[in-house]
Design a protein around this ligand. Structure first.
Ligand code: HEM
Length: 189
């Protein structure tokens, strides 16, 4: 299957579009960080979406987001010919797009609770890193969406942006979901 071409020639307007993508991502991440910093943690407006409690919902949805992100990584590597497999099938692009949307959707209730109920915290290094990466995730995601929708960007732009979104999400999960599971075990739904 052909990967949608982002031509390899870079020109002034492609540089401007890359700057725009980076600027939008930075603005999103900063806005979330400033909101989380200024907002006092609140316990109203809590949701569990059918899970036993909020923390259980967060651990499950964060882990589900991570699993969809792994599907994204695998399908992207296959589409870019980086796996020792036959040519990527036509449906792989759809799988890639759908798994990306599902990873993003699964992350939203979790981040909502993190930002609204816990806010930006720096009580120890792990919590600080988690708060920073949580904000960076949505910034990196916004940049990637702009890059996906742009044409005539350097060919490396999309894999770099996608790799960044994936890496940040893994970092978010390691500093929250994995930490919780290693302390308490995987919670029953
Ligand atoms: C949007 C910015 C985010 C901020 C400011 C933030 C902040 C926090 C904070 C302060 C904690 C408590 C850490 C502790 O005391 O152990 C936490 C926990 C957690 N976060 Fe985030 N987070 C954000 C985004 C995310 C995202 C995107 C995910 C996953 C998709 C996530 C998943 C979790 C999980 C699973 C926990 C552990 C359960 C809990 O303690 O409530 N967070 N977050």
């Amino acid at each position: 299957m052909a990967v949608r071409s982002q031509t390899s020639d870079s020109n002034p307007s492609s540089g401007a579009r890359l700057l725009l993508a980076g600027g939008i991502g930075a603005a999103v991440a900063l806005s979330l960080g400033i909101y989380g910093h200024e907002h006092a943690p609140a316990t109203d407006l809590s949701i569990t979406l059918g899970f036993t409690d909020t923390i259980t919902m967060k651990v499950w949805l964060a882990t589900i987001a991570l699993l969809f992100a792994l599907v994204q990584l695998g399908s992207a590597l296959w589409m870019f010919g980086r796996l020792p497999l036959r040519a990527a099938p036509a449906w792989l692009g759809s799988l890639h797009r759908i798994s990306g949307r599902l990873a993003f959707l699964a992350s939203l209730p979790v981040a909502y609770h993190c930002l609204y109920q816990l806010a930006f915290q720096d009580s120890d290094t792990r919590v600080l890193v988690h708060s920073l990466l949580g904000c960076a995730f949505y910034g990196a995601f916004a940049s990637k969406v702009v890059i996906v929708r742009s044409h005539s960007l350097p060919g490396a732009a999309l894999p770099i942006a996608g790799g960044l979104v994936f890496t940040v999400l893994v970092g978010v999960w390691l500093t929250s979901g994995l930490w919780f599971i290693s302390e308490n075990g995987f919670p029953a739904p």
